[in-house]
Design a binder for this molecule. Structure first.
Ligand code: FAD
Length: 403
């Protein structure tokens, strides 16, 4: 009998964790495992705010996929261009592929909510190269300000749209990086403006209010200004228009605009033949797509309701990696004609960094702020490396500067 083909799309937290679990559970005779990813490396999406601000080098946040897969897996470096689950076919830049089991883990895209100009003029942390672009764009703006005879200080204004997890983590890193950049480019620091604009009435919704206050105070000390409850309504080449009141608008001229205010699933999901909302598929309890017994969805492309809380689980690396373990087990169950398992989320809490030396944490049953929380954040980052690549990868790529 022909061995089944398991096709995993995307080598992010979800896809790569599924693959390394499958390679441990199944031999080459039992299944053909194919992993398709745009790049021949995996990047740590949860570190992209550091790459974007320039506090770590892009290379620090990535490693070759070949380092963590074995001979049971065939890796294909290609871009997925189309998915047709009715025909069991996937179009890629390396040709058409078919499968017996599909794992869809193509990650997220920025959600701009139809706000005019954001797609064109705002930068984003969508992937490693997008983060690198932010770093280089800010450096370019600072360098040109230094060289300009007639100085336009708005070149030194950085607007971050969104005061959720990603926006706050980015602001923390910018708070550390800006003083370094000012030294490098001979810029008086008071000329630089870092402005966070948020439509919702609060910062970090869902986080403990005391910790949120701490985060705001710490970021304010690093020079971050907040404009909360004031939506961005338009972005232009010159900056952003912000709604300040019923008929009140302010235009902020800015050399850099970064949009970190929302994500949706990968757009390829929308043409796959599976029902989705904002490119996220409401999966069944065993992580399979509704109506398709051979299709699993992992990570940011999956939508899963937290029934107790009555709202969806937020898209995180933590949940993606846990889902991946269940998916690998369930593929093995299906191959053996066994019942599948339900995915049960073990919420370990959240840690939000405020730069390399500060953070807030509501995790492992404790609330923490400052250096302890920051050390915990590094442990969380190292744990993700360990779960995929063991001790070797953790030692090579991990974060061990705890103070
Ligand atoms: P990803 O990890 O994004 O991987 C998707 C993969 O698919 C990538 O390798 C990509 O190259 C590949 N791909 C995409 N399109 C194609 C294509 N067409 N063809 C081939 N390959 C393709 N979560 C936490 O739990 N804790 C945190 O502290 C945290 N911090 C974050 C900080 C930032 C700055 C950001 C942006 C996110 C953060 N998150 C955090 C959220 C977390 O990173 C995501 O939820 C997680 O990455 C989702 O995993 P995934 O496997 O679905 O997608």
């Amino acid at each position: 009998m022909k061995r089944p083909t398991i096709l995993v799309l995307g080598a992010g937290y979800g896809g790569l964790t599924t693959t390394v679990n499958l390679q441990k559970m199944l031999s080459g005779e039992q299944a053909e495992i194919i992993l398709v990813n745009k790049n021949d490396y995996h990047y740590e999406t949860t570190w992209l705010h550091e790459v974007g601000a320039g506090t770590i080098a892009p290379d620090a946040a990535r490693y070759p996929i070949a380092k963590v897969i074995n001979n049971n897996v065939r890796f294909v470096q290609a871009s997925v261009e189309g998915i047709d689950v009715n025909e069991r076919k996937v179009q890629t830049t390396a040709g058409e592929m078919t499968y017996d089991y599909l794992v869809l883990g193509l990650g997220f895209e920025g959600e701009t909510f139809g706000i005019p100009g954001l797609d064109k003029y705002a930068l984003s942390l969508a992937n490693l190269n997008a983060a690198r672009q932010i770093r280089e764009h800010i450096e370019y703006q600072f360098a040109s300000w230094s060289l300009d005879e007639v100085k336009d200080d708005s070149k030194l204004t950085i607007v971050v749209g969104g005061a959720g997890f990603t926006g706050i983590e980015l602001l923390g890193e910018l708070g550390n990086r800006v003083p370094e950049l000012c030294k490098e480019f001979d810029i008086p620091q008071e000329k630089v403006r870092i402005l966070c604009v948020e439509a919702a009435p609060m910062v970090l919704p869902g986080f403990d209010p005391e910790l949120v206050e701490y985060a705001k105070t710490q970021l304010a000390k690093k020079g971050v200004e907040f404009s909360i409850g004031t939506p961005v309504v338009e972005a232009t080449e010159e900056g952003v228009k912000i709604k300040k009141g019923e008929d009140e608008f302010e235009f902020v001229k800015a050399g850099t605009v970064i949009w970190a205010a929302g994500v949706r699933g990968n757009k390829l999901v929308e043409t796959s033949g599976i029902e989705s909302n904002r490119a996220r598929i409401a999966v069944r309890k065993d992580m399979r797509a509704p109506g398709f017994d051979d299709v699993f969805v992992v990570g940011d492309c999956a939508f899963l309701l937290n029934e107790e809380a009555g709202r969806p689980y937020p898209p995180t690396a933590q949940i993606a990696m846990q889902q991946a373990v269940t998916i690998a087990k369930n593929i093995k169950h299906l191959m053996a004609d066994e019942d599948t398992e339900e995915f049960v989320y073990d919420d370990k809490g959240a840690v939000c960094s405020l730069g390399h030396d500060d953070a807030i944490a509501d995790a492992i049953g404790r609330k923490m702020a400052g250096k302890k929380a920051s050390a915990l954040k590094k442990i969380v980052d190292n744990r993700a490396l360990y779960l995929v690549g063991g001790v070797g990868l953790t030692v090579k790529k991990g974060k061990f500067k705890f103070i």
